[in-house]
Design a protein around this ligand. Structure first.
Ligand code: NDP
Length: 302
């Protein structure tokens, strides 16, 4: 790469806005058919970051014309109480999407709660039925929002996934594993040769350096530098880390898992943090909810 090379930025804000516009159009069409897509978010406790995420979800779904409700429960809520609420929402025909915000207080087992949500309303895509459908390649389930947002970014930016070496750093159930399952499918945005790395991987950088598409979701601030990247590669930074920064009035700044300044000198395309993957997650949540409502409308012949 010449010294002056700078990677093209993949603009998550613009791509997410385009998806939200498409969702708003679909919501308007559904309203004409007498169906108002409804998303209910359940927030247990008073985790500050969760409160911000939930407020953003409510604001965005309302802006798209959906019926949105946030149910706030105290941190002392028992598992039985939460399961009873989920059952009520499962049975409520006006609710097309249910999202229980994580993390949950320690007296509640998140896996039990996720398994309780009706798979056809699980717009987070975490229920084992939806995870299984994703792996098999069935498209009638829901795919987790962050990795499906990454696929949208790749496709809409014209990044060729077919035959590409895709390397993912991170194997969580919400990002790394579903990301791999999507990239390996034989369809648009798939057909990649996929490697998943994690904290036990031997010689991590030998893997990252041969990636045509490098997706980093490790939660480790700026762990991937320019010299860990193949020249011309597409780099997708999922990480969101708050680090101390005395030059900022707030005393901190948000950064990704990729050291942006060195990476943009080597990569062909790169997502910034903030303004990259982050905005895509909510856009995909809205899209999943509108799809759920479309399925209900189609099934009822409306
Ligand atoms: P987890 O902590 O659940 O998973 C992190 C993964 O990274 C683990 O598999 C871990 O390996 C691996 N890992 C950690 N350190 C290293 C290392 N040094 N080398 C190789 N692998 C490593 O995180 P999440 O998947 O939930 O999130 C990842 C990041 O993405 C976070 O910064 C999070 O804030 C962000 N995020 C952003 C979203 C968005 O909307 N933009 C949404 C979701 C997450 P092991 O399994 O061996 O421990």
């Amino acid at each position: 790469m010449p010294a002056e090379h700078v990677a093209q930025r993949i603009d998550g804000v613009a791509i997410a806005a385009a998806i939200r516009d498409e969702v708003a159009r679909d919501v308007a069409l559904l309203r004409e058919r007498g169906v108002v897509p409804g998303l209910t978010v359940v927030l247990v406790g008073d985790d500050a970051a969760s409160a911000v995420y939930v407020a953003n979800k409510e604001k965005s779904s309302k802006a798209a014309g959906m019926a949105s409700e946030t149910i706030r429960l105290p941190s002392t809520t028992s598992q039985a109480e939460l399961l009873a609420l989920v059952e009520r929402l499962n049975a409520d025909e006006s609710v097309h999407g249910i999202l229980v915000q994580m993390p949950l207080p320690s007296q509640i087992d998140a896996d039990v709660v996720i398994r309780h949500i009706a798979p056809e309303k699980d717009v987070d895509g975490f229920h084992p039925v939806n995870v299984g459908k994703l792996l098999i390649g069935h498209t009638d389930g829901f795919m987790p929002c962050t990795p499906s947002g990454v696929i949208e970014m790749l496709v809409r930016s014209g990044v060729e996934t077919r035959g590409a070496e895709a390397v993912i750093v991170g194997r969580s159930n919400i990002v790394g594993k579903p990301m791999a399952a999507m990239l390996v499918q034989s369809r648009a945005g798939g057909d990649a040769t996929v490697t998943i790395c994690h904290s036990r991987s031997r010689d991590l950088h030998a893997h990252t350096r041969r990636a045509d598409i490098l997706i980093v979701a490790a939660g480790k601030a700026e762990m991937i530098h320019g010299d860990h990247i193949k020249p011309g590669a597409t780099v997708i930074d999922v990480g969101m880390n708050r680090v101390a920064d005395s030059t900022r009035a707030s005393g901190s700044r948000l950064c990704g898992d990729v050291h942006f300044a060195s990476a943009e000198r080597v990569a062909g395309r790169i997502t910034p943090v903030p303004g990259g993957v982050g905005p895509m997650t909510i856009a995909m949540l809205l899209r999943n909810t509108v799809r759920s409502a479309q399925r209900v409308a189609d099934a009822s012949g409306r």
